[in-house]
Design a protein around this ligand. Structure first.
Ligand SMILES: Cc1cc2nc3c(=O)[nH]c(=O)nc-3n(C[C@H](O)[C@H](O)[C@H](O)COP(=O)(O)O)c2cc1C
Length: 219
């Protein structure tokens, strides 16, 4: 697959089948992850693959509890605004994400493979998210969808206990990524154009470029 296709179409793919992810693909996901850069090449990371139904069924209610907390706190205003003005374009987009993220929570234990990424001595995330994204891109090249989630940060102790994460070693939870073969189709991620969020030489300096359309399309 062309690199641009993988980059542009690796979306939050939350509606997936329960079919298992073959070992060959699991290897590709992990091997791509550990090719990513880390500060000083320290590679202070640990990846846990979860596919045991018992472990998933213990994690699922924790995940759902976290999402409920999230919707009732950080996202409460956006949910209220979208409910009050459902026709607004922003509301429509938000509610799509809300329904999709809720679907993930409701079906957490049905995802055939879930990856947990932990890192040591890195508060910025800079030494772990390139690896997480590599894993997601590698999955994409195999037709496997993924969704990056961070919401377990709201109930870290429960999640760490279920996974047996040690207290020593300064291991921080970074991300939980669900994987699965999509039930729907791939698409290019819609975003605010780059020229609206990019500048040149100073904070609001004229960029001198316009990129009104995505530079890759699936047609
Ligand atoms: C740091 C980070 C944390 C995220 N946490 C969650 C999460 O907890 N639950 C979830 O369903 N999606 C989560 N997402 C996925 C985003 O909602 C998703 O990437 C965004 O809506 C864009 O989706 P799209 O690429 O399909 O357009 C997270 C993404 C990032 C980058």
């Amino acid at each position: 697959m062309d690199a641009m296709e993988a980059l542009y179409t690796t979306r939050a793919m939350r509606r997936v089948k329960t079919d298992p992810i073959p070992e060959r693909v699991q290897k590709k996901i992990l091997d791509a992850a550990i090719r990513a850069p880390t500060g000083g090449n320290t590679q202070g990371w640990r990846f846990l693959l979860v596919d045991d139904p018992g472990v998933k069924s213990r994690l699922a209610p924790v995940y759902r509890g976290c999402m409920e907390t999230l919707w009732g706190s950080i996202y409460k205003d956006r949910i209220d605004a979208a409910t009050a003005a459902p026709q607004e374009e922003e509301s429509v987009e938000f509610m799509k994400m809300f329904r999709s993220a809720s679907h993930l929570a409701e079906h957490f234990e049905d995802y055939p493979l879930i990856l947990f990424a932990f890192c040591q001595y890195d508060n910025s995330g800079g030494s772990i998210f390139p690896a997480v994204w590599n894993a997601m891109l590698a999955a994409r090249t195999e037709g496997v969808g993924s969704a990056l989630t961070s919401v377990f940060f709201l109930q870290l102790d429960d999640m760490r206990k279920i996974l047996g994460v040690p207290d020593e070693g300064d291991w921080h939870f970074s991300a939980c990524v669900t994987f699965g073969y999509p039930t729907g189709r791939w698409g290019v991620a819609p975003r605010r154009p780059a020229h609206e969020v990019s500048f040149r030489n100073s904070w609001d300096g004229d960029l001198g470029l316009k990129i009104p359309e995505p530079l890759f399309s699936l047609d």
